[in-house]
Design a protein around this ligand. Sequence first.
Ligand code: GUN
Length: 309
Amino acid sequence: MTAQLLSGKVFSEAIRTEVAAEVADIREVHGFSPCLVVVRVGEDPASAVYVGSKVRTAEELGIVSEHLHFPAETSEDEIIAAVRGLNARSDVDGILVQLPLPKHIDEQKVLELIDPEKDVDGFHPVNAGRLMQGHEALTPCTPAGVIEVLKRSGITIAGKNAVVVGRSNIVGKPMAMLLLHENATVTICHSRTADLPGVCSGADILVAAIGRAGFITAEHIGQGAAVVDVGINNVEDPAKARELFGPDDLDKRLATIEKRGFTLVGDVNPRDAMAKAAYFTPVPGGIGLLTVAMLMKNTVTAARMRRKI
Ligand code: GUN
């Protein structure tokens, strides 16, 4: 079997088109554009790329965006003051504080300060709690994007065995809740799970969110499963690339390592997924694109909810 690749590009473009139409409608009917503010502290190179993509996408869709970039040595008090200022601004619909923050800043403290109505990442405990209880909530973008891909691909979730590998507050836990709300039978696996291959290979839908390049291999993948790869890892070692990629992809990957020093790889061994799964989301070009699209959708949702339109 060769898996069908689920293109993040196709689905994210569809969502972006829908959001752009909604933004245009809000502007015409209500006379304003939703506004997203992204806060970044320090010089983490991956964060710079992600924030650039978020701000650029917002602008492309007609969402007003601001990028507040603070130096790495900015104090926790200054960041807290900045977030309080954004909470107080009536024109700001969405606030996103890009993680990771420098070590001297307490991430949880900052995230809990964001007005839950403006929490477009869905990381505030109020939104996490509302999601868990099945109420309307701003939902973390990556897991919400996974649900969109499954639904838009015509993959049935209800009644299926869904296995989520990883239990982070950002992906694993909300992913499990969303799959549960879609009536899947959900298992959450982690580093202490006994017989991980046995549990994973029983999954109809397998979501990998562990943060280890190519960790999920043939023994974890049931024949005909839908495998969703949420991981984004840098692989610098050509030998590791040889483990992960078949002849169709290897030369391109090795050339990328040569040129940039690394290639982007998910948590799933792509060669094994292509051989055993029925559906597979590639990295890059898979779920990562959905994360940004869903952030835009959340910004519009936040604007509508807070402004009661
Ligand atoms: N860092 C990595 N992914 C994310 C995300 O989805 N949101 C925020 N705020 N920071 C991140």
